[in-house]
Design a protein around this ligand. Structure first.
Ligand code: HAM
Length: 422
């Protein structure tokens, strides 16, 4: 019996790997323009690192980590915690007061695999450590937007502020009060977590939870003065850099370490897996992990999702240059017959191509393939004499004989039109 890769784990084979290389090269180029240096960390870390940073009451730590329980080590589910661990361990803050670091590599989460969601996936992760300056928040979002734009991917940027330890408790209380009256109508996860992590209720994807929180208090209205000013300055920065964004009061993110700015790059083209990239500020995290009091901000983009979007675009482009039918006349007589037939087919609206150079069947089939023809009509001289031609469906490879009569063009139109609609 053959052994297959694990569910949610994928090989990246030649033919596909080139697209990955292109994305990574573009990212490296952009990160260099923004003055980032590369760092690489190990895949295995102490479980405690993720529990302390991402948070005990998060989906990731509660149910998605690949942990060797007996050894208390975990395959990293994201890069930020490991990167900060390395930053602290090597005293990188001493070498440079502001560190701009990036890393690219595999992450592991035991989620339900589907399109754009894997168990081993890859992130391009960037972090700026050492400055609370709101300009850096705007600059990072602008860098993410620039990268996606250079790759030709259209996204919308959504942003929120989650406040700080001064103002978030007040918001949490207001939210708890609001949730308390609606607890009965929340999904199982939200009802269970509403005390430990009430903010998560705000971005639950369950439609009834969504309906319940529609009127929930907005964190943006509970920000303390400093956080309010910071939030406004980030928006001013985005405007200065001409980056389009919208505010989303429901965005709380699935990791607990965020403070102030959070953001997501959202696509409409990947169904439920809408986030191509996401991140935010985490001003207390380095300290929480035993390091100095250093603020930080970063984001990560999912390589699989970016590659999928690029593949979808390629398919669409191919689809749009597809022709409906290639008329292959073999020999002079057949070509003479094919010449006005192609014209009639074009008149009926079909995207039609033919060869005028008297080439062989093999060479004409090659041309048809190159033009992504849906059908090829093969007209040979002998067949023509017998009043028949062969119509080949290039997708299914099925062939059918078709009578050469006065109604040939309308017969073809009838056969081809369902393919046109699809
Ligand atoms: P995250 O939102 O968990 O944030 O993940 C960031 C991105 O990784 C997502 O937007 C998505 O593109 C990709 N991603 C996540 N899970 C999967 C999966 N199962 N399959 C495929 N792609 C996935 C973080 O990980 C934070 N560390 C980001 C950050 C950096 N915040 C500050 N600095």
């Amino acid at each position: 019996m053959k052994i297959k890769a694990l569910n949610g784990f994928k090989d990246i084979v030649p033919g596909e790997v080139e697209l990955w290389q292109k994305v990574e090269e573009t990212a490296r180029d952009i990160f260099a323009r923004f003055n980032f240096n590369e760092i690489r960390m190990p895949i295995l870390e102490k479980t405690e690192l993720f529990a302390r940073s991402i948070g005990e009451a998060t989906d990731i730590v509660e149910k998605e980590m690949y942990t060797f329980v007996d050894k208390q080590i975990t395959m990293r589910p994201e890069a930020t915690a490991s990167l900060l661990r390395a930053y602290i361990q090597h005293g990188l803050h001493v070498q440079k007061p502001i560190q701009r670091l990036f890393t690219i590599g595999p992450m592991f989460r035991h989620e339900r695999p589907q399109k754009g969601r894997l168990r081993q996936f890859h992130q391009m992760d960037v972090e700026v450590l050492g400055t609370p300056n709101p300009r850096v928040d705007a600059e990072l979002m602008a860098m993410g937007a620039m990268l996606l734009e250079e790759l030709g991917i259209t996204v919308s940027l959504e942003m929120n502020s989650l406040g700080c330890p001064v103002c978030r408790p007040g918001f949490r209380e207001a939210l708890l009060d609001f949730i308390e009256d609606r607890k009965e109508s929340l999904c199982e996860d939200c009802a269970r977590r509403s005390r430990t992590n009430p903010l998560r209720v705000l971005d639950c994807k369950n439609p009834t939870c969504r309906e319940q929180v529609e009127e929930a208090p907005s964190i943006q209205e509970h920000l303390c003065e400093e956080c309010g000013e910071h939030f406004q300055a980030v928006q001013d920065g985005l405007q200065q850099l001409n980056v389009q964004y919208s505010l989303n009061k429901f965005m709380v993110r699935g990791l607990d370490y965020y403070s102030r700015t959070t953001f997501e790059f959202i696509t409409r083209d990947l169904g439920a897996q809408a986030a191509v990239g996401a991140g935010g500020r985490y001003d207390g995290l380095v300290e929480k992990l035993g390091g100095p009091k250093v603020p930080g901000i970063g984001f990560a983009m999912g390589l699989e999702r970016i590659v999928l979007l690029l593949q979808q675009q390629e398919e669409k482009a191919e689809e749009s240059d597809r022709i409906d039918i290639f008329v292959a006349g073999l020999g002079e007589k057949a070509s003479e017959f094919a010449f006005p037939l192609a014209h009639t087919l074009r008149r009926t609206g079909l995207l039609t191509a033919m060869d005028h150079e008297g080439r062989s069947l093999k060479s004409q089939m090659k041309q048809a393939n190159k033009a992504h023809a849906r059908y090829v009509l093969i007209i040979g001289e002998n067949e023509l004499e017998q009043g028949a031609a062969v119509l080949r469906n290039m997708e299914t490879q099925e062939q059918q004989e078709i009578a050469v009569s006065d109604s040939l063009s309308s017969d073809l139109l009838e056969i081809l039109s369902p393919a046109q609609k699809s």
